[in-house]
Design a protein around this ligand. Structure first.
Ligand SMILES: [Fe+2]
Length: 360
């Protein structure tokens, strides 16, 4: 795994999370404090003191959650009220938790906006049983979900292409969603994608957003830029005196996927690589004995609030990374662009460099 741009962003993210949790804590404490004050000021008895509510916070705030060993119906005198108030105030820390929270939320939003403009290189090794010996170490550059639009600038995409070219891949593949919904963004992005460099060229499939914008125009523009678009079709890819079947399916979400057509002409025993925008193809591809699928569509979730590493149960959804179903593996990239909001959080844009290796 490699990260050349976001080391600083990551440490800032950690700081943002810490800053965000502090005012939240203060808010909780403040709520408890208010509850105390209301009770005390009204000269009421301890019958109404929200002891249970206090104990709820006990693990985090031992100062104010110390069990109150006072008999019921006991009234506070002024001295005790001051003492209690001091204890709560010192625990509460800030008198303006809402203001702090708002400030830190806007800071987090700024990080999320910045993160959408970073780029991270993911280097992944995938082991395949049927990889021809001559192709040991074959390097595939994988980009997806470019989403050229007001959210994802041509500058950001150009930077991704420059980085991709510096990685010197053997072949480049693109797995759909080149634009979001405006057709004037199609030609410029196709022209920039046409600058990808590799020994064996660039191959692409279409995504749902391409169809929702103008599937025909996307296909024509990519082909004009010397990119081979595979729409439910495949061919025998020959490289370094070896060969395998390379195919691409049309998008699943718009109901145009035809895997059978894409694999027509392939030999039962040869290695099959498939380009498919939507990872939902996995089960069908496993039944068809595909070796490896390159996919996108999910954007890796785009915003990750929960820390995936701390999950007790692993996520079952295909979100990003490498998964397997029987003999079929799928690599789902987080993609380059954004949709809905121009933000990413704990889920930076990804340039994937996949190295194919023969399994032991
Ligand atoms: Fe997408």
């Amino acid at each position: 795994m490699g990260n050349i741009f976001t080391a600083e962003a990551r440490s800032n993210r950690g700081e943002a999370q810490r800053n965000l949790s502090e005012p939240l804590r203060n808010l909780c404490v403040s709520a408890v404090k208010d509850s105390f004050n209301t009770t005390c000021n009204s000269n009421s008895t301890l019958d109404f003191l929200p002891v249970k509510k206090l104990q709820l916070y006990k693990p985090t705030y031992p100062e104010i959650c110390r069990p109150l060993k006072m008999p019921n119906k006991m009234k506070f005198n002024t001295k005790e009220k001051i003492k209690l108030s001091k204890r709560i105030s010192s625990a509460a820390g800030s008198e303006t938790p809402l203001r702090d929270l708002a400030g830190n939320l806007s800071q987090t939003a700024r990080y999320a906006l910045n993160e959408a403009n970073t780029l991270e290189i993911e280097k992944v090794e995938i082991r395949l049983k049927r990889l021809p010996k001559n192709l040991e170490g074959f390097r595939v550059l994988h980009l997806s979900d470019i989403h050229h639009s007001p959210f994802t600038s041509l500058e950001h995409i150009t930077r991704a292409i420059e980085i991709a070219n510096n990685l010197k891949p053997d072949v480049c593949i693109l797995t759909g969603d080149y634009v979001s919904h405006e057709s004037e963004y199609i030609e410029p992005v196709a022209e920039v994608l046409g600058r990808l460099e590799s020994e064996f060229g660039t191959f692409a499939c279409l995504g749902n957003h391409d169809h929702w914008t103008d599937g025909e125009m996307v296909t024509d523009s990519l082909r004009k830029a010397n990119i081979t678009v595979l729409i439910n079709e495949g061919f025998r890819f020959t490289a370094q005196d070896a060969s395998f079947w390379l195919a691409g399916v049309d998008d699943y979400m718009v109901g145009k996927t035809d895997l059978r057509s894409a694999l027509r002409g392939s030999f039962p025993d040869e290695m099959k690589l498939l380009l498919a925008h939507n990872p939902k193809i996995l089960n069908r591809a496993a039944r068809a004995d595909v070796d490896l699928i390159f996919s996108g569509h999910t954007h890796g979730g785009q915003i990750k609030i929960r820390d995936e590493e701390k999950r007790i149960l692993p996520r079952r959804k295909l979100r990003n990374g490498l998964y397997r179903r029987k003999n079929t593996q799928i690599y789902v990239t987080r993609g380059i662009g954004t949709v809905v909001l121009p933000v990413r959080y704990q889920c930076p844009p990804e340039i994937s460099l996949i190295e194919l290796r023969i399994t032991d």
